[in-house]
Design a protein around this ligand. Structure first.
Ligand SMILES: [Zn+2]
Length: 447
């Protein structure tokens, strides 16, 4: 009986200790509250300005938006009463670990041979560290990074950002691009290995399944297929095999495709987005609209692309918009332009949609809520429950998209990275453990 009492006593003590260690801190931990006074709230969804609004941010999430929120005592205050406040920007097609330096030494007509030869992954992650900060500073709170990162340089960047080691946007990472033999390269038969690690060659269905699994294992959170850069292109069945394997894990799939046939195969195979999609027929665009497949246009400016190809893309944007294709903003900036950061360059890629005469509100939706939906990011809207990803600027972006060049305030996940036009980032004294292991089973989760 005595022993039983003792065991019972120990059990109570153990439960009490466990409670103190695990549960109590969560109960007593003070929530952090911030109230933003938003003089002009850009209602991106409805294309209008709401004046005199407040946003309550609680522990990194938006908890209330309205003329007067219920701010608890001691809440921090941020005054943006003179600013236009909107959801943070999202670029659905970046290459943060790829940068042509001066346009000549590694420009091999888009093959990126030289980049992969000259620069190892660690060098490219160092570049990416700079470019990630440039993106955040310009107002981009999320990016989907789409390959050409050496050997998982994008995954390293994502983990460093998630761990708080470096400032940058939240990232969705494609890892290595899965492609039929050769990828986007034209290789030399004496050196067939030069295509790797940029591309992950997979030709048979067995190889495609293996490539998807291996890529996810090493840190891909989105799969990228290269559809039609060789005479042999991925068929509908090839694409379907990859999509079923990825979707079963809760991982989405994007397809690099330029030709009408390539785009069509990818759409019929069930991908979530078409990247580039330069030459779709109206029929294929209608198929995309029916199936809800996003077009991520990646339209380089005329200064880079030449007038003919630029205006052909503008015309494609017009057709896609008229047909009702879901469109998300993605830039594909890989080159260097003197006098501009990567973030400023990226904003310049919005103007192909201005030239296509899409409404400014629609262009803002493409770079916020639509891109968020494509990425599966809990971002892109200023509404309760979303991550507090908020930017502000002095001019009205609904009047002129150029206003985005003036982003003077950036909040990501409730943390302020830019205020009064000044970027600020303190070395954190509390680090998160960057996730080394992918979650088990289905990865579909709110980002
Ligand atoms: Zn790209």
């Amino acid at each position: 009986m005595k022993t039983l009492h003792r065991v019972f006593g120990y059990a109570i003590v153990a439960v009490a200790i466990a409670y103190i260690i695990f549960a109590a801190p969560h109960i007593v931990a003070a929530q952090s509250h911030t109230v933003i006074n938003a003089g002009h709230l850009v209602d991106v969804e409805n294309g209008r300005i709401l004046t005199g609004q407040q946003i309550l941010v609680t522990d990194g999430h938006i908890s209330e938006v309205g003329p007067r929120v219920a701010a608890p005592d001691g809440a921090q205050r941020i005054d943006l009463s003179d600013s236009y406040v909107m959801p943070g920007l999202i670029d659905a097609h970046t290459h943060l670990a790829l940068q042509e330096m001066d346009g000549s030494d590694i420009d091999d007509h888009g093959s990126y041979y030289y980049a992969s030869l000259i620069e190892d992954t660690s060098m490219r992650v160092a570049q990416g560290t700079m470019l990630a900060r440039a993106m955040l500073e310009a107002g981009f709170v999320w990016v989907r990074d789409t390959g050409n990162n050496g050997l998982y340089g994008d995954v390293t960047l994502r983990r460093a950002i998630e761990g708080g080691w470096i400032p940058g946007p939240n990232m969705v990472t494609a890892g290595r691009m899965i492609a039929p033999f050769g990828g986007q390269f034209q290789m030399n038969p004496e050196k067939p290995d030069l295509g790797e690690p940029e591309y992950f060659y997979a030709d048979s269905h067995t190889e495609i399944i293996r490539a998807v699994r291996e890529n996810v294992h090493y840190g891909a959170t989105f799969i990228k297929l290269i559809i039609d850069n060789q005479p042999y292109i991925y068929s509908v069945d090839d694409v379907r095999v990859a999509v079923e394997e990825a979707h079963d894990m809760g991982v989405k799939v994007m397809a690099h495709a330029a030709s009408d046939e390539g785009i069509r195969n990818a759409v019929l195979g069930g991908v979530d987005s078409i990247e580039h999609g330069f030459n779709p027929s109206d029929e294929t665009l209608e198929l995309m609209a029916d199936r809800g497949t996003y077009l991520v246009g990646t339209d380089f400016p005329a200064s880079r692309l030449g007038e003919t190809r630029y205006w052909s893309n503008v015309e494609r944007n017009k057709r896609a918009h008229a047909i009702g294709v879901p469109m998300a903003f993605g830039s594909d900036v890989v080159y260097y332009e003197e006098g501009k950061t990567r973030g400023e360059q990226t904003i310049g890629f919005l103007f192909s949609y201005v030239d296509a005469e899409l409404p400014n509100a629609h262009i803002l939706r493409m770079a916020t809520m639509h891109a968020a939906d494509l990425l599966g990011a809990n971002s892109g809207r200023l509404e309760a429950g979303r991550n507090a990803d908020i930017i502000a600027m002095p001019a009205n972006p609904l009047d002129d998209v150029s206003a985005l060049y003036g982003v003077s305030f950036v909040m990501k996940d409730g943390h302020v990275y830019k205020e009064g036009g000044q970027f600020r980032w303190d070395i954190p004294t509390k680090l998160n453990n960057p996730r080394r292991k992918q979650p088990r089973g289905n990865m579909l989760r709110q980002r």
